[in-house]
Design a protein around this ligand. Structure first.
Ligand code: AMP
Ligand code: ZN
Length: 462
């Protein structure tokens, strides 16, 4: 069971998908006008952890992450550089994929581009128009907030804050000015535009996400994720558009990630207080330590970024790896069902239940380190029994699986694999089957599958 905070209800609730065993997840992806900063990546890494945890809990996850490749910012950038929009957005899409890979984020099933989904947007516009939610002004099409009474449910807007009849054209705007927002913007000289039933123009940013989430996941889907800054107006507007068009609430569960801060302020491009992943790598940072840092604070708590914090994350990761290396190297003592095995199994349980309760990564890591401490004490005292060894190995692989970080150094060279296989062979000859199995499992965990054949042991990478 997994319980998650739902922004719509402001409560931590059991996650119940539409279709048992499946989870449809849409996350607002990057605006590809520049390199993403690590604040953006805090959100992307949190979504990645959510995905991995859902998979661990047995869900088949379908993840859609859009690329905002047409909006105010991308257009500004292409104008400023004097190059075609697509050249700008392709460049930063590539960079985004590289950074995602560096931070070990699994790719989405689809990364749809807004510019490739005009038809899906038109179908929402037509439905909104037929239901009286739109009006035209100065060649652009607007959403009339007054026509949609539930407006403000997600962000808990006070109805009095809504400025009836006032309009806004920019994609991003502040809460102080709740206004009719633009759905389709009239074409401007020198800007990309598309032919439509509402004249030549281009979509507003909010419309893009409504169209792509609906196209890939349906009128109603399970999870919609993004940073907290998207609650208003972006997600509020998405609900108005989607529900206004289809009549169905689009999202069952809203998942919002708190800010990454620098000196108490939100990390953002406009404040200039940001680091990109590249900045940190150029300073010699370990990308896995960046990921560890971003995930170590539960996603609903703000995380203040400092270089010392990054150093701390590196040290914590090193402690895990030192233990993993030591653990992999030890021969197993005899014995079963000892107290230590039960203790470590208890920490494994704590690790999992911390994550089940709204992804409390800090508590989960606490349980991991308790387990490591207990096992280290036993290793100092001579060794781990077979059961304790199995539980400690399980704890490490649980961590690897959900946090997406490798505890055991990868077996990258064929020679290392051969050496381990030889050790396993010796153990088998000595009838030490526990040790032989342990080495087999160790290799399996590193992606090496062994096959015993009459001609001897064969191996392959899985
Ligand atoms: P953008 O590229 O600006 O559309 O943002 C991509 C994602 O990063 C969105 O989900 C934002 O909410 C999120 N985001 C932006 N700044 C921060 C920050 N400082 N901390 C956490 N998430 C952020
Ligand atoms: Zn979005």
């Amino acid at each position: 069971m997994i319980r998650l905070h739902n922004t719509l209800t402001r409560r931590v609730e059991e996650f119940r998908p539409l279709v048992p065993g499946k989870a449809g997840l849409y996350s607002c992806g990057p605006t590809v006008y520049d390199f993403a900063h690590i604040g953006n990546f805090r959100t992307f890494c949190a979504v990645d952890l959510l995905k991995r945890f859902l998979a661990w809990e047995g869900y088949a996850v379908r993840h859609i992450c859009n690329l905002t490749d047409i909006d105010d910012r991308t257009i500004e950038r292409s104008k400023a550089e004097g190059v075609p929009l697509r050249e700008v957005t392709d460049r930063y899409t590539r960079a985004f994929f590289e950074d995602m890979a560096a931070l070990k984020c699994l790719p989405a099933d689809v990364f749809p581009r807004a510019t490739e989904h005009m038809e899906e947007m038109f179908s929402i516009l037509a439905a909104l128009e037929s239901k009286g939610h739109t009006y035209e002004a100065a060649g652009s099409l607007y959403f009339r907030i007054r026509s949609f009474p539930p407006y403000g449910e997600l962000s808990r807007l006070d109805a009095r804050e809504v400025m009836d009849g006032a309009r806004v054209d920019s994609d991003g705007y502040e809460k102080e000015s709740v206004r009719d927002f633009v759905l389709w913007k009239a074409a401007k000289e020198g800007e990309p535009s598309w032919e439509s039933a509402w004249g030549r123009g281009r979509p507003g940013w909010h419309l893009e996400c409504s169209a792509m989430s609906r196209h890939y996941l349906g009128d109603t889907f399970d999870l919609h994720a993004g940073g907290v800054d998207l609650v208003f107006p972006h997600h509020e507007n998405e609900i108005a558009q989607s529900r206004g068009a289809t009549g169905a609430a689009p999202v069952r569960h809203w998942f919002h990630v708190e800010f990454l801060l620098v000196d108490g302020e939100k990390m953002s491009k406009s404040k200039g207080n940001f680091y990109t992943v590249r900045d940190l790598l150029a300073r010699g940072a370990d990308p896995e330590a960046i990921r560890y840092l971003l995930l170590s604070v539960p996603y609903r708590k703000q995380l203040n970024f400092t270089l010392e914090g990054l150093e701390g994350a590196r040290a914590a990761l090193r402690r895990i790896r030192d233990f993993a290396a030591r653990f992999a190297d030890r021969t197993v003592a005899r014995g079963e069902n000892d107290a230590l095995a039960r203790t470590i199994a208890g920490y494994r349980g704590d690790f999992r239940s911390a994550l089940e309760e709204d992804l409390n990564t800090a508590l989960a890591l606490g349980a991991l380190f308790e387990g490591i401490r207990a096992a280290n004490v036993a290793l100092d005292g001579g060794g781990l029994t077979q059961d304790a060894h199995r539980e400690a190995g399980g704890l490490l692989s649980d961590f690897e699986r959900v946090f997406g970080l490798e505890a055991l150094p990868a077996v990258s060279l064929d020679a290392e694999v051969e050496a381990l296989i030889a050790r396993r062979q010796k153990a088998r000859e000595a009838r030490d089957f526990a040790e032989a199995d342990r080495i087999r499992d160790l290799l399996k965990a590193r992606g090496i599958v062994l096959e015993d054949t009459p001609q001897g042991v064969r191996w392959k990478r899985s």
